[in-house]
Design a protein around this ligand. Structure first.
Ligand code: PLP
Length: 331
């Protein structure tokens, strides 16, 4: 049954489940006919960029921001316009000042990568009205909003977009695991054919057997109970890491306690190199991402992203103390 060539947009059963989930959990306005199953958010980003951006087109990106999006944009020959980010997310007015006629904007409004900022409603509305006025596209990457520990998440940008300018992208990498390589794009009806064409050109179709399994998993309610269970585990893991890094190097860093997601950002108080520190930590078996790498033009803050999913409390505490020893020796 699942051995043949099939719909390039993905199995209808999975697209139906995804549409239903996104309507309920993220207030995305969609029908299964607008959902394309992708090989992770990365393929969705790449296909969005191939479909919407011509070489030389200006595209706003968050600064600091996600490298995977920048890679796809650079590969398409886009002219990256670095738009700074503050506690309310992308600073839309700065984007307008730098390049009002950009073709598109790439944003992570639910949980800005890597700062963790949640885009305020004012900024969301500003971004949407910019897109409408300038006939621009918004690529909304909603990669990890399921794991929110405080309050309810803000609805997606797509859900408040009255003029069909938003391409909504999500993934099962955080909800389930990255090796599953399943993500999705929800596209305005007039873009469906273009996205479908790009998908056929790239890899014909997503693997059918895997999609059928995930569709059943969702239909039987396992995904929502899994998310609920993991949210509690990740909250505990976050608290363990916050406590361990505060205790072992609280005098050297500023900690931003995340209200959602599976990673924590810390910034150094003194003038140290986060790249050197991450290399030192790796030699001691601790893998952390230097935050300065995610900056494009804005002055880079030195800090680290600490991922806390997939480890038990004991290993997280050991890692935090090893990392603190490296930071202390280099500070
Ligand atoms: C901002 C952002 N977008 C998307 C993804 C997920 O990509 P994928 O679904 O390709 O694993 C990640 C993963 O780390 C991410 O940080």
């Amino acid at each position: 049954m699942h051995l043949h060539y099939a719909d390039p947009m993905g199995e209808f059963s999975l697209r139906t489940e995804v549409a239903q989930y996104l309507r309920a959990a993220r207030a995305v306005r969609c029908e299964p006919e607008q959902v394309l199953i992708m090989s992770g958010a990365q393929q969705a980003l790449d296909i969005a960029v191939r479909s919407l951006v011509d070489p030389g087109d200006a595209v706003w990106v968050e600064d600091p921001g996600y490298l995977g999006a920048r890679f796809a944009l650079r590969a398409a020959g886009a002219n990256l316009i670095a738009v700074p980010v503050d506690q309310d997310g992308m600073m839309v007015a700065a984007g307008t000042q730098k390049h009002a006629n950009a073709r598109a904007a790439y944003v992570t409004p639910s949980h800005q990568f890597p700062t963790g900022a949640v885009m305020s409603m004012r900024r969301r509305l500003e971004l949407l009205s910019w897109a409408e006025e300038h006939d621009a596209w918004i690529i909304e990457d909603d990669y990890d909003s399921e794991f929110r520990y405080v309050g309810r998440p803000l609805a997606s940008l797509q859900g408040i977009d009255a003029s069909s300018r938003v391409i909504y992208i999500g993934t099962l990498s955080k909800m389930l695991f990255p090796g599953i390589r399943l993500g999705y794009a929800v596209v305005p009806a007039n873009l469906v054919e273009a996205f479908k064409g790009a998908k056929i050109t790239m890899d014909r179709q997503p693997p059918t057997l895997q999609q059928a399994m995930v569709a059943d998993f969702m239909r039987l309610g396992f995904l929502t109970s899994h998310i609920r269970r993991m949210r509690n585990q990740y909250r505990e893991a976050r608290d363990v890491v916050v406590e361990a890094v505060t205790e072992s190097m609280g005098d050297l860093i500023d900690i931003e306690i995340p209200e959602c997601g599976i990673q924590l950002a810390v910034h150094f108080r003194s003038d140290v190199s986060d790249v050197d520190i991450s290399r030192g930590a790796l030699r001691d078996g601790v893998s952390v991402a230097p935050i300065s790498r995610f900056y494009l033009n804005s002055p880079a803050r030195q800090g680290l992203l600490l991922g806390y999913s997939g480890f038990d409390a004991r290993r997280l505490r050991i890692a935090a103390h090893r990392l603190a020893a490296v930071v202390r020796s280099m500070s």
